[in-house]
Design a protein. Structure first.
Length: 128
């Protein structure tokens, strides 16, 4: 039986938090894509840290509710470096194959809250 909870925890610790990013090659089917995404995020927020708030695991899946913090020192999409700290939450859903390899990663997070904390102002469209 696959211990999806332990694999999900290892995914967050090793890959997301950067303690052993090479673990992605053992844990994730699309290791290159996963590592590229996290390298980009670490360029924007070099000190980003994810904390598992809650984890629910099944036979072939896991759901992680997480809390992230970091300081923006690099470009984040169109937002130039601000030096501001961000603090936000999200949830990630993982699906595993028969060998315990993560085959899908689907996440939602408080992106608008991150942008607000970085000082981004959104202007609604003007009525015509």
């Amino acid at each position: 039986m696959i211990d999806t909870a332990a694999l999900a925890r290892r995914f967050v610790t090793d890959v997301w938090n950067g303690e052993r990013p090479e673990s992605a090659y053992e844990l994730v089917a699309d290791a290159e894509g996963t590592l590229a995404w996290h390298a980009d995020r670490r360029t924007s927020f070099p000190d980003v840290h994810y904390e598992i708030v809650d984890l629910v695991a099944g036979e072939r899946s896991a759901a992680i509710r997480w809390h992230a913090t970091g300081t923006q020192h690099g470009q984040f999409g169109p937002v130039p470096p601000t030096g501001r700290a961000v603090d936000y939450h999200g949830a990630t859903f993982l699906t595993f194959d028969d060998n315990g390899v993560i085959v899908t990663v689907w996440s939602v997070n408080e992106l608008f809250q991150v942008l607000q904390q970085l000082g981004v102002q959104t202007i609604p469209p003007q009525p015509e």
